[in-house]
Design a binder for this molecule. Sequence first.
Ligand SMILES: [Zn+2]
Length: 146
Amino acid sequence: MKLQGHCHCGQLSFELRLLYDAPIILARACDCSFCTRHGCAWTSLPDSDLLIYEHPAQVSRYRFETSTADFHICRSCGCVPLVSSLIGEQEYAVVNAKMFSNVDPANIQMSPVQITDESEAERLRRRQRNWIATVRYATEDQAKTG
Ligand SMILES: [Zn+2]
């Protein structure tokens, strides 16, 4: 199963690949000041593999507070399709369920989440547990092969 998503103008897109069907997708509506303003709802699925299509020139990476996560913002349309976090050598990510293009919104189950009481170390450990751990960039693949 492949879940696809993109920003409004289509410059930033992603594919979340699963080896199983996910009839209901859980998304967390984060209550931080950034996500509240953008209406972001984050999702990661166990054992999924994320392929990101973006060119560095098309994306603005925004950081705040602990500066441990990069919000990928489309420079053209302002949408935020994903957020990534480099922990050690490993990149983790979650995708914004509002950006899915081939998922019926009725199958997305939103729940609120509060992350404000976490320490930075707890936050990083939570990302290592829950975020997508296989993150690749299509542009890098193309550069390697071509
Ligand atoms: Zn865009």
